[in-house]
Design a protein around this ligand. Structure first.
Ligand code: COA
Length: 335
């Protein structure tokens, strides 16, 4: 008889949202927009924003400390720290290295993973493979972004959409394979690069006085093109991963999609045939925190006691690149 497949399961979660909250009404003061427009087009009511020099690594460490308040994790036992982010503290060293040092995780290695809004999902799949291989026992997978660092505050088409925040999960082995990450379907398509990007600061356009004056250090987006691709990409991949795992709407306890826009969430949920109570949505309170949305959603679901061992959970993301994907989890024992 073959031995059971070792899986990776989420044993603990943590989150951090900066103290400062910016409401739509506050944005009305500096932008040609209205609370009504933002709510009706996106579902967003408010967002959190870093202040006083707070960075992505600070948010990440705070999220990990939140996890450690609930779960006994010896920092010396952490094998690997994967940080999904497009707003690292700096281009290098990696945010993962900065986090390692702030935590004092003396035996860890790690890296940043750049996949925009799919960063956490890609990191979760990568961490899963590390656990499944038998090489590692404890992998922290983080999604964290300080989007306010790359948003043009005078651009009403993007400034309303994003927020800052961090979420983390701890992956550990499940030796009998009865719970944890069961399947994943991940994609990238570089032809989407024309529609959502930040051109400045890399090797193509190193930062110069001119590039800064032109605003090349800000995120740029063709909202309509991204919207169309996101609706199709997230709905298609969610349906595909549900189908190949034999999951019908009634067997899915919770769908935790990337939180960019309530209309994109609704379109994906409708495609899966899900009722409102099967879909996690927190975009109203946090806006789009890029790599942060899914781990923040997982953490909220755990805090609200929405999940029981054995529940089927679907994650789905779509982001710049384009990047997108879906992950199916058989829920385990998570704090
Ligand atoms: N307040 C008021 N009006 C605004 C506005 C704002 N904040 N932003 C744009 N508008 C205007 C536009 O200028 C446009 O005016 P026009 O018709 O005179 O040209 C009008 O509103 C409609 O713009 P449009 O872009 O068609 O709106 P939309 O319904 O597509 O919604 C987004 C815009 C950005 C909310 C939507 O396209 C979206 O969510 N896209 C995906 C973004 C995303 O999720 N990105 C992250 C990666 S996953």
């Amino acid at each position: 008889m073959s031995s059971p497949r070792r899986t990776a399961t989420i044993t603990a979660v943590g989150k951090y949202l900066p103290e400062k909250v910016v409401t739509n009404a506050e944005l009305e003061e500096s932008l040609d927009t209205t609370d009504e427009w933002i709510r009706s087009r996106t579902g967003i009511h408010q967002r959190h924003m870093v202040s006083n020099g707070e960075t992505t690594s600070d948010m990440t460490v705070a999220a990990i400390r939140n996890l450690m308040e609930k779960y006994p994790l010896d920092v010396d036992k952490i094998d690997c720290i994967i940080v999904g982010t497009v707003t690292p503290d700096m281009l290098f060293p990696s945010t993962a290295a900065i986090v390692q040092q702030k935590l004092g995780a003396s035996n860890a290695w790690g890296f940043d993973l750049s996949a925009a809004c799919s960063g956490f999902l890609f990191g979760l799949d990568t961490g899963t493979r590390f656990i499944e291989s038998g090489r590692y026992e404890k992998v922290l997978v983080v999604g964290a972004d300080a989007m306010s660092a790359v948003i043009d505050p005078s651009d009403r088409s993007t400034a309303i959409l994003f927020g800052d925040g961090a979420g983390v999960v701890l992956l550990e082995p499940c030796e009998d394979g009865s719970e944890g990450i069961m399947d994943s379907l991940l994609r990238i398509d570089g032809s989407g690069g024309d529609y959502l990007y930040m051109i400045g600061g890399g090797s193509r356009q190193p930062a110069t006085a001119e590039s800064v004056a032109k605003g090349d250090h800000f995120l740029r987006q063709d909202g309509r093109a991204v919207y169309k691709a996101a609706v199709k990409g997230m709905a298609d991949i969610s349906a595909a991963i549900a189908q190949r795992n034999g999951l019908k709407a009634e067997n899915i306890r919770l769908f935790i999609p990337h939180q960019a826009n309530q209309r994109i969430i609704d379109a994906s949920a409708e495609r899966l045939g899900l009722a409102a109570e099967q879909v996690l949505s927190n975009v109203a309170m946090y806006a789009n925190t890029t790599a942060g949305t899914i781990p923040l959603g997982i953490c909220d679901a755990v805090e609200d006691k929405l999940l029981q061992p054995g529940d089927n959970v679907l994650l789905a993301a779509f982001g710049a690149g384009f990047t997108w994907g879906g992950i199916y989890i058989k829920w385990g024992h998570t704090v």
